[in-house]
Design a protein around this ligand. Structure first.
Ligand SMILES: NC(=O)c1ccc[n+]([C@@H]2O[C@H](COP(=O)([O-])OP(=O)(O)OC[C@H]3O[C@@H](n4cnc5c(N)ncnc54)[C@H](O)[C@@H]3O)[C@@H](O)[C@H]2O)c1
Length: 450
């Protein structure tokens, strides 16, 4: 592997300036991490709320881990701005961590990658040799397809003025064992020396190890495949959770039994998958495969199965309510948890939303108890949100959607007293059924016969 002594020497003494474009869930901990290991950091975000909060020494995000890490003032080591042209010219390495969502019709939305590229490249000086790394999740080919023409338009030559690379982020929000400082990373770049330099750089950030994997497209593909695999595995158990109740069997008993075999992978069925990654990233590969004429049936079906889960739960609930003579058209439903996963406030792509939509379409009123969810992103036109157990008003059925500790450790006895019918549906298979039954609840389980 090649060796760049200048970069290595500067890395050794932390004499490098790292730019981070997009200071959200991924970018902010990355910027703070590189600052912590001793580099100069320049952070850019187009959202003024984010930059105003950071300039005031405050945390713009919802992860309390960062509360004490944000510098209280700007300095040579730490500067943030909404304007790339102020900070990009200082940077030796630029990491782009902007969103890569899908459109309403579930097509890749690369507008953020494109606008960040335009802003960055227009501020890079010719001959600077700046390394620009895309970290956002994409399909194989995006970095070159989207940024190649932008480089040309800016009059920059790849390999001379700018070096392109890709290093996907793999951290898990809310999981302190898999944060940006712990996860193993892969780096792709057509230039081995750049790949090796970046591997050394990221190695200062994470204890998980960094592997240079060769072509940029290999690293791009690896990231999307990691999330496709999770989506597929979850879709399988979700489909089984629909088959076995029809046969009079509880899917969890089947999975427990199967998991006694050494090579069985145990996944748990649930109301659906959420977040910015698993329900989104597969569409990137699906679209690219379709466009290239390659078959993509299995991945497409897995998405369909997981997307159908919230509506299936709504249908289960309608059966339970009918059996208990509660008209669906006037039922009050309590959702326990709204965030897409336990322990965090992020509601992006949460299955709670399509579940609430299906229930509202069927005529129900929906109230939600979630002490963590970011209320700026809560759809108040769809459901009401309460933050504390004492605010919960009477309801006909409760559905456990997100297994926050605050939900699992509720005063279930007191909650049963507020219930008109003490009906409880465990959409995550995490509740102690015997204990709840002893408190008067009538418990139904996703994946078990109703
Ligand atoms: N959140 C996760 O858990 C996670 C994990 C792994 C990978 N990823 C991937 O990382 C990428 C970023 O995700 P995120 O969750 O951090 O998104 P986010 O929405 O939390 O943050 C993105 C930030 O980028 C800013 N931004 C948008 N366009 C910009 C531009 N042109 N210039 C500067 N700033 C801009 C936004 O204002 C926002 O603050 C996505 O591709 C995502 O798929 C996310």
């Amino acid at each position: 592997m090649g060796y760049d002594s200048t970069f290595s020497q500067r890395l050794e003494v932390r004499d490098l300036t790292i730019g981070v474009i997009g200071l959200g869930y991924v970018g902010l901990p990355t910027a703070l991490g590189f600052l912590d290991v001793g580099f100069r950091v320049r952070g850019v975000d187009v959202t003024s709320r984010v930059i105003d909060a950071l300039r005031a020494g405050g945390n713009p995000g919802d992860d309390p881990q960062h509360d004490d890490q944000i510098p209280q003032s700007q300095s040579d080591s730490w500067q943030v701005s909404t304007d790339s042209s102020e900070l990009v010219p200082d940077c030796d390495v630029i990491l782009v961590t902007v969103p890569t969502p899908v459109t309403e019709t579930r097509l890749p939305d690369l507008t953020y990658v494109s606008s960040a590229g335009t802003a960055v490249f227009s501020s890079i000086a010719k001959g600077s040799g700046t390394i620009v790394v895309l970290e956002s999740t994409v399909y194989p080919g995006v970095t070159r397809e989207v940024w190649g023409p932008l480089l040309d338009a800016a009059g920059l030559v790849e390999g001379e003025d700018v070096h392109l690379a890709y290093c996907p982020e793999r951290f898990v929000p809310g999981d302190s064992e898999h944060g940006v400082r712990q996860v193993p990373r892969v780096v792709g770049s057509s230039d081995e020396i750049i790949g090796s330099n970046l591997a050394d750089l990221y190695d200062t950030l994470t204890s998980g190890g960094v592997t240079y994997v060769g072509a940029l497209e290999v690293a791009e593909a690896a990231k999307v495949v990691e999330n496709v695999q999770r989506d597929l595995n979850i879709a399988l158990v979700n489909e089984l959770a629909r088959i076995f109740p029809v046969l009079g069997i509880d899917v969890e008993q089947v999975l427990d039994a199967a998991a006694t075999k050494w090579n069985f992978h145990r996944y748990r069925p649930g109301v659906g998958v959420g977040g910015h990654c698993i329900p989104v990233d597969p569409y990137y590969l699906i679209e690219k495969a379709k466009e290239s004429g390659a078959p993509v049936e299995l991945i497409t079906s897995a998405r369909k199965v997981n997307r159908s889960m919230p509506r299936n739960v709504a249908l289960d609930v309608s059966v339970i309510l009918e059996r208990n003579e509660v008209p669906m058209s006037s039922a009050n439903v309590l959702l326990l948890g709204w965030s897409y996963k336990p322990g965090i406030g992020d509601p992006r792509e949460t299955p709670a939303e399509p579940l609430a939509e299906a229930l509202v379409e069927m005529g129900c009123n929906v109230q939600t108890f979630d002490p963590l969810v970011d209320d700026r992103l809560f759809p108040s036109e769809l459901a009401t949100l309460v933050r504390s157990e004492s605010e919960i008003s009477s309801f006909d059925i409760a559905i456990l959607v997100t297994a926050h500790d605050e939900v699992l450790e509720m005063d279930w006895g007191a909650l049963a007293e507020k219930a008109n019918h003490s009906l409880l549906y465990d959409g995550r298979r995490v509740l102690d059924v015997e204990r709840l039954e002893s408190l008067g609840w009538d418990v139904y389980l996703l994946g078990a016969p109703i």
